[in-house]
Design a protein around this ligand. Structure first.
Ligand code: SF4
Length: 413
C-alpha cells in the first residue's frame, strides 16, 4: 500500500485506526515500544503520566495507549499528545542510573530515520500523537547518533512537510554544525546535564564529560541564537532550550541544582530545567538506592518558577544549612515568613516585583492589581479575591491602605 494512500484523510476514525494497523509493519510498532523513553529520566515539556497498555486497540484512546504517548504542556498553554521515543535504545555508555546502559540485559531496538519518520507521520494522521520528543542511545559514537536524529527530523520536515512540534535531543559531544542543523529543524532542543556539576556527574555517569560534552553544546545553542538570523530556523525563530537533572541519587543538594540552574538561565538562556526524581532500576549499580522523595522534586520546581517567573534571585531562595529546601513548606511562603511578617507590603504602592514576592500573588494577578490601582485605592480584600488571588495566603503579608486585612492561617503550604 502506498504512503500517499495512507495519508489520505479518512472519514471514519475507526477506519482510520484500522488502516493505521494495516499500514505500519508490526515490527516498527514493536520497535517504538522498545525504544519508548521511560518517564523517570527524561523530562521534556511538563510531561503527564504515560498511558497504560491495554490488550487490544478497539478505539483511539486504546490505540494511543499502545504507544509511548504522553500529554505535554507546551509554552503558551497548549497541550498535545507527544510521542516520546528514541532512535535506538542501544547504548555504549554505562550511566549508573539508566535502564539502557550498555551491558544491561534488556530488549532493545533501533529505527532507521525513514522508519521512524514514516511511523510518526502515520501516527499523527491517525490522531495518536501530535508531536515528537526524540532522543537516542549512543551507538556508534555521539556524532553518528546525532546524525540519525537530524536525518529523522529532516525527513519529517522536508519529505513529509511535518508541521508539528519536534523536541530534539542534542547528544553529548555533538559538533557545532550538528547543533545548528538540529536547531533549524526543531521547536525545542535539550541537553541533559544529569548532575549540577562535574563531581555529581562523575558519580552518575563516569564516562560523560561535564564541560566538553554537555556544557559546550549548551553554549553552542546560545551562541547560534545570538549570532545567526532567526529566519534560518524552520519557524523563523530559534528553538528554546532546556536541560535535565537526575535528583536524589548521588547526594547533590538543592542549592547545587538551583545554583547551576540560575547560571544556565543567565549564561545560556535555558527556558526550563527538569528535575527528574531518581528511581532505582534493577540490574544497575544504583539498584539498591532508595527512590527520591517526590516532595523534593515539587519544591525544586517551585523554586525554579520563583527564579524564572517571580523575579527571585538565587540568593533569596530559602535554603537550610544543609543546602536543601524545606520539604514541608512552599519556598515562597517560607521566604515571606522570614521577610514580610514584620514588613507587610502595601498593595496600593508596591511595584510589580514586590507584588510577586507575596504568597498567593502570581504574574497575572500582580498585573491585575497594577491595573486596578489606576481606578482607585484598594481597601477591601474581597477585591483581591475577585482577581483570583489566594487571599488566605496573601493576607498575612499585605497592607490595604495602611491596614492589615483579617486573615485565617492556611492549613496547607
Ligand atoms: S548515554 Fe547514558 S543516559 Fe543516555 S541512554 Fe546511554 S546509558 Fe542511558
Amino acid at each position: 500500500m502506498s504512503f500517499s494512500y495512507v495519508i489520505k484523510p479518512f472519514i471514519n476514525p475507526l477506519v482510520k485506526i484500522k488502516h493505521l494497523f494495516y499500514t505500519i509493519a508490526m515490527d516498527v510498532f514493536e520497535k517504538i515500544k522498545l525504544t519508548a523513553l521511560n518517564a523517570p529520566f527524561e523530562g521534556a515539556e511538563d510531561i503527564g503520566t504515560p498511558h497504560k497498555t491495554p490488550d487490544c486497540p478497539h478505539d483511539l484512546d486504546q490505540l494511543k495507549a499502545r504507544f509511548p504517548v504522553t500529554q505535554a504542556h507546551l509554552t503558551g498553554g497548549q497541550t498535545i499528545p507527544l510521542l516520546k521515543t528514541m532512535q535506538t535504545s542501544v547504548c555504549e555508555r554505562d550511566c549508573y542510573y539508566c535502564c539502557f546502559r550498555s551491558g544491561r540485559d534488556t530488549p532493545r531496538a533501533s529505527l532507521t530515520p525513514d522508519e521512524l519518520a514514516t511511523a510518526v507521520v502515520r501516527l499523527t494522521q491517525a490522531g495518536v500523537a501530535k508531536g515528537l520528543f526524540l532522543s537516542s542511545g549512543l551507538a556508534g559514537g555521539c556524532v553518528r547518533a546525532q546524525d540519525r536524529l537530524i536525518a529523522t527530523a529532516e525527513i519529517l520536515r522536508n519529505k513529509y512537510h511535518y508541521g508539528e512540534y519536534i523536541h530534539l535531543k542534542i547528544m553529548p559531544g555533538a559538533e557545532k554544525d550538528q547543533v545548528f542543523r538540529s536547531m533549524q529543524l526543531a521547536d525545542r532542543v535539550s541537553i541533559n546535564l544529569e548532575g549540577p556539576n562535574e563531581v555529581s556527574l562523575n558519580r552518575l555517569a563516569p564516562h560523560k564529560s561535564f564541560f566538553k560534552e554537555l556544557l559546550a553544546p549548551l553554549q553552542m545553542i546560545e551562541d547560534i541564537r545570538s549570532s545567526q538570523p532567526p529566519y534560518l530556523a524552520w519557524k523563523q525563530s530559534w528553538p528554546s532550550s532546556c536541560t535535565q537533572f537526575v535528583v536524589g541519587a548521588v547526594g547533590e543538594t538543592d542549592l547545587d541544582l538551583l545554583q547551576t540552574t540560575a547560571q544556565l538561565r543567565q549564561n545560556f538562556n535555558i527556558t526550563r530545567a527538569y528535575y527528574s526524581n531518581f528511581s532505582p532500576v534493577a540490574d544497575t549499580p544504583f539498584e539498591h538506592l532508595a527512590p527520591a522523595n517526590p516532595w523534593r522534586q515539587h519544591r525544586l520546581y517551585q523554586a525554579f518558577f520563583l527564579l524564572r517567573d517571580y523575579q527571585f534571585n538565587f540568593e533569596e531562595l530559602p535554603f537550610s544549612s544543609s543546602g536543601n529546601l524545606n520539604i514541608e513548606k512552599d519556598p515562597k511562603l517560607l521566604w515571606a515568613e522570614r521577610h514580610l511578617d514584620h514588613q507587610p507590603v502595601e498593595i496600593n504602592t508596591a511595584d510589580y516585583a514586590q507584588l510577586l514576592k507575596i504568597p498567593g500573588i502570581g504574574p497575572i494577578s500582580a498585573k491585575k492589581i497594577l491595573q486596578a490601582r489606576t481606578y482607585g485605592i484598594i481597601r477591601d480584600i474581597n477585591v483581591l479575591q475577585q482577581m483570583g488571588i489566594f487571599t488566605n495566603r496573601a493576607a498575612k503579608f499585605i497592607l490595604l491602605d495602611g491596614r492589615r486585612p483579617p486573615y485565617q492561617a492556611a492549613l496547607f503550604s
